[in-house]
Design a protein around this ligand. Structure first.
Ligand code: FAD
Length: 202
């Protein structure tokens, strides 16, 4: 397998998931784990967002700047988490013990995947049709979608985060959803013992 976990989508949920997972790679139980993110950002809802109501974000911050600074933060702090840029996922297929992720340029195998591509319809990634349902927390007229999930797990090894998990579209909710999935994955790697990653003032 190319990866133990591969995150698909580099918006609020995907980058937040990657930051927490990246920080967790330093834990003993995660030392040999391979993690990556397909950091496509062109269709992120953050591209046109202006944020005034998100904790910790200066009012007037442009979403497009968060996309750039988030990717840079990830690269600088957690270079162990591989960033795959400018590739769009076309298909996800189940294989023995994991998934094959096919992009417009390449393909990757991973034991687990996190799908964080937003709730826009039509949904264009093949192979996930059986999990696709109308979004349960948005006006029907908006035609948004989500993947069926229980606590952000679609099926063993397949996680969903952000608006595509059925959450309402707010930056803090999407970010928290991505971070939550990361701690679920770290906990699974830690043989089910609950875990989180905290830095402290010395
Ligand atoms: C105009 C506007 C204003 C907003 N203002 C606010 C606000 O004031 N306060 C607030 O809290 N929230 C605001 N939001 C909402 C916020 O931007 C979203 O809730 C948040 O971006 C959702 O995060 P997400 O990760 O679910 O999706 P996104 O951030 O949309 O990320 C999805 C990612 O997946 C990638 N992707 C899509 N398809 C593929 C594919 N096939 N392969 C690989 N990658 C793919 C996209 O390029 C993108 O990077 C606003 C949104 C908009 C549109």
């Amino acid at each position: 397998m190319d990866f133990d976990v591969l995150i698909i989508g580099g918006g609020a949920a995907g980058i937040s998931c990657a930051l927490v997972l990246g920080s967790g790679l330093e834990k003993d139980f995660a030392k040999n784990k391979k993690a990556g993110i397909i950091l496509h950002q062109r269709t992120s809802h953050l591209q046109s967002a202006l944020l005034n109501n998100a904790l910790g974000i200066d009012s007037g911050t442009k979403g497009i700047d968060i996309l750039k600074s988030g990717a840079l933060q990830l690269k600088n702090l957690y270079p162990g988490l591989q960033q795959i840029e400018k590739e769009k996922v076309k298909e996800v297929a189940e294989i023995n013990d994991g998934f094959r992720v096919v992009t417009n340029k390449s393909e990757y195998t991973s034991k687990s995947i996190v799908i964080a591509v937003g709730y826009t319809s039509p949904f264009r990634i093949k192979g996930l049709e059986e999990y696709l349902i109308p979004h349960e927390k948005t006006k029907l007229s908006k035609n948004r979608v989500q993947l069926k999930n229980r606590d952000q797990l679609v099926k063993p090894g397949m996680y969903v985060a952000g608006t595509l998990a059925g959450w309402r579209s707010q930056f803090a909710i999407a970010s928290g959803s991505g971070a939550a999935v990361a701690t679920d994955i770290l906990t699974a790697w830690n043989n089910g013992e609950h875990t989180k990653v905290h830095d402290k003032l010395s």
